[in-house]
Design a protein around this ligand. Structure first.
Ligand code: ARG
Length: 563
């Protein structure tokens, strides 16, 4: 419920719009005077009256109702009190009615958002550097769908480049079909690493020739390439399953092979393409950027060339309202250049392309041993976190059944939450111990809170207790704080979408769990003073579980029933 808008609509102040009034309404630091306050000092000039008088007159005229129960004037402030009963009844009824759809909307009906995320590289490690793009993008995909948009998840595969010539060369010299089939991505990566340290001049030349052959569609080379791609995708999909992310398209860089020439022609026609030392570039100096390289002097296209073709293809294919690129901030310049070139080409929709940049993730114990030397494979981080989760859970609750399944949700959730809980642009240092702290600002804490709520509800069910949205008496402060948080959820989801910031939902989860726990420890639920008080608290508990489950689901994090 947007209280500020609600209040503003019921106030009449000369020459001020409802939006302007809403803007001026604040939440006072000391809520003993009211839940919202409007300082009247800045109206004194327009209304030619002292603020104290303005506040008094507005208070007298304010139509209190079941939403705002009271408006009082205090020293030039107009203070409002939210009707706690009204809030309780309305919020709990709505959550019970909407269930898994609570927080959803049809705001995005008929609107399409493309989201380019994860975008892994074929035959290269799926490493910790891909964590943020994968889970942030995956979460944005869920959030936009939840708000009624058609989200199109695109994995812009890195499947183009000279490294494939190198890989094929390494395979031909040292590879073994069965070993590679068995070893999959790890075997492929070993070959590639070996090439980079051991290749001779002749092998380098051979690799360039193989790359040329792939480009010209040579049958044997294409088959090998497709096989490496298949093995890589089979591997990354196992990780996507664990992280609960999905894609609608795997059109990668190679997909644009035949779609670049028309772009180059168009650049030429529009007089944007300039020769520079044999290469073709778009001059971006007037915009304070280095030139955007379109074709190398040997005629080869570049990463940017393929991104230009991809943006145009996506606009034509999906007619997006926005196209998001969830990519590390290291590529800031690349996207600024690509967006600028499209703008210069006269694509008015270039303004709808958004680089959703994020910071780096590193491990606290950077020295962790991995299968592949320095690179930290995401799979290893996940497995290690799940293992640790299993030992923590076994210690806390030795009798828990299905410990492995719970540990999977907890461990995977902790890794994901690590990339989701801070403002996305911040660099993150991931710590297993911190991420698995049951009392911290963690996903485990939120999951544990859900399990606690579920266990209270299960006991109540066994006793045959009812749930009821109407409170027995004016809700106490713990109940009220929790209710306000729950009522805020739909707005939090919207803000997360507007700002491309799933961390707002992560933050919401932790705050709401804290408020629930305060309520849980301070108010008796099953031993409440009356039947009606118990039933109301059960309804509040159930609404909390529903809302937290929806919130965690939007982050892609699972909710164990018991912990
Ligand atoms: N594969 C690239 C990388 O790992 C990311 C691609 C991002 N998407 C794009 N359209 N450029 O750095």
């Amino acid at each position: 419920m947007d209280y500020k808008a609600y209040i503003a609509q019921r106030l009449c102040i000369e020459s001020m719009s409802a939006a302007e009034i809403a803007e001026a309404i604040a939440v006072p630091p000391d809520t003993s005077l009211g839940d919202f306050a409007l300082p009247c000092f800045k109206f004194a000039k327009i209304l030619r009256k002292p603020p104290v008088k303005i506040a008094e007159e507005l208070a007298a005229a304010y139509p209190a109702d079941g939403v705002i129960s009271e408006a009082t004037a205090v020293n030039g402030y107009l203070n409002f009190r939210v009707s706690r009963r009204g809030l309780a009844e309305e919020t709990l009824a709505r959550i019970a009615r909407e269930g898994a759809r609570y927080g959803a909307s049809d705001l995005g009906k008929g609107r399409t958002i493309c989201i380019d995320y994860s975008s892994v590289n074929i035959a290269k490690p799926f490493h910790i550097g891909h964590l943020s793009t994968t889970v942030l993008g995956g979460s944005l995909y869920r959030i936009f769908n939840f708000l009624g948009y058609r989200a199109v998840g695109i994995n812009h595969l890195g499947d183009y480049g000279t490294q494939f010539g190198k890989l094929i060369c390494a395979y031909k010299h040292w590879g073994d079909r069965n070993a590679v089939q068995e070893g999959g991505i790890h075997a492929i990566n070993d070959l590639y690493v070996r090439f980079n340290s051991e290749a001779t001049e002749e092998m380098e030349a051979e690799a360039r020739e193989y790359f040329r052959l792939i480009e010209s569609g040579d049958r044997e080379m294409s088959e090998l390439f497709e096989w490496f791609k298949e093995l890589t995708l089979a591997y990354v999909k196992t990780i996507y399953d664990r992280l609960h992310v999905t894609f609608d398209s795997y059109a990668g860089e190679r997909f644009y092979t035949d779609k670049m020439q028309p772009v180059i022609d168009e650049l030429e026609e529009k007089g944007l393409l300039v020769e520079s030392q044999g290469a073709k570039i778009v001059d971006l100096e007037p915009y304070g950027m280095p030139p955007c390289l379109i074709l190398r002097s040997d005629g080869a296209s570049l990463y940017a060339t393929r991104d230009l073709a991809a943006a145009i293809y996506r606009k034509n294919t999906y007619d997006f309202e926005k196209c998001l690129y969830v990519v590390a901030y290291q590529q800031n310049l690349h996207f600024k250049q690509v967006f600028k070139v499209l703008e210069l080409m006269g694509k008015e929709w270039a303004k709808d392309l958004v680089h959703v940049a994020y910071g780096m993730v590193s491990l606290e114990d950077g020295a962790m041993s991995t299968r592949k030397g320095k690179v930290v494979w995401l799979e290893d981080v996940i497995s290690r976190c799940v293992e640790k989760a299993l030992s923590v859970i076994s210690e806390k609750n030795p009798d828990l059944s299905d410990k492995e399944a719970v540990a999977e949700k907890v461990g995977v959730g902790a890794v994901m939450f690590g990339a989701l809980c801070n403002n996305k642009i911040k660099d993150i240092v991931f710590s297993y111990d911190k991420a698995l702290n049951f009392d911290g600002e963690t996903s485990v804490y939120v999951q544990y809170t859900c399990a606690r709520a579920a266990s209270v509800l299960a006991k109540a069910r066994a006793e045959g207790a009812e749930r009821q949205a109407a409170p027995a008496s004016e809700p106490c402060v713990q109940e009220f704080e929790l209710l306000k948080a729950l009522a805020d959820f739909p707005d939090v989801v919207k803000s997360a979408a507007e700002k491309y910031e799933p961390s707002l939902i992560a933050r919401f989860c932790v705050d709401t769990a804290q408020k629930f726990n305060k309520f849980y420890f301070d108010c008796k639920i099953l031993q409440a003073e009356s039947e009606q008080a118990k039933n109301f608290r059960l309804a509040l508990t159930e609404a909390t579980l529903t809302t937290l489950t929806n919130a965690l689901t939007l982050l892609g994090i699972g909710v164990p029933e018991k912990m």
